[in-house]
Design a binder for this molecule. Structure first.
Ligand code: FMN
Length: 158
């Protein structure tokens, strides 16, 4: 519960690299996520290359991506109905695994899919679902305000 309650998107990162063991735990958390019919219709690209991180940083809401230790691009198989949900679950597993190990992260929806597909050579049968940046935090943002349960939860009827 601490991991979930204390997490907040981190957009400033220390220069310190994230050890391979920690990265592998994050990827492993994604690999173990549930998926419809256990299809696991996902591919993940780990971006550490400085030039490629820089290229992803050039958009309105992504300026901080160049400072991330790495970025994970989540891709889903187009012909699987639930791949968007499946990839999203896997990426959020990674976010929580990162947080549990002291690594901050931020979801990124601000990308041009065709640009990303070209830059990383992603095949046509895959769609880019989202990016998530990771790195040791250089800021400790407070958890953001969330709607109270009374506003969003309904019992037995809307
Ligand atoms: C699908 C999705 C896309 C997002 N895209 C961006 C983005 O492009 N740039 C950014 O700085 N934050 C992005 N965020 C982070 C949200 O702004 C953040 O999660 C939200 O403000 C709530 O803050 P919290 O994560 O600290 O709870 C995105 C989050 C999600 C879930």
């Amino acid at each position: 519960m601490d991991v979930i309650f204390n997490r907040a998107s981190v957009r400033r990162y220390r220069k310190e690299p994230v050890p391979q063991r920690v990265l592998m735990n994050i990827l492993e958390a994604g690999r173990r996520a549930p998926s419809a019919m256990n299809a696991q219709p996902w591919h993940f690209i780990v971006v550490t290359d400085e030039k490629k991180k820089e290229a992803l940083s050039r958009r309105r809401w992504t300026g901080f991506l160049k400072d991330a230790a790495f970025i994970i691009i989540g891709c889903g198989e187009k012909d699987k109905k639930w791949s968007t949900v499946d990839v999203t679950i896997a990426l959020q597993n990674m976010v929580l695994a990162a947080e549990a190990q002291g690594v901050g992260s931020c979801w990124i929806g601000d990308f041009d899919e065709s640009e990303v597909k070209k830059l990383f050579g992603i095949p046509d049968n895959l769609k880019v679902i989202a990016l998530v940046s990771f790195g040791y935090p250089a800021e400790k943002p407070k958890p953001r305000p969330k709607k109270p349960l009374e506003q969003i939860v309904h019992y037995n009827k809307f």
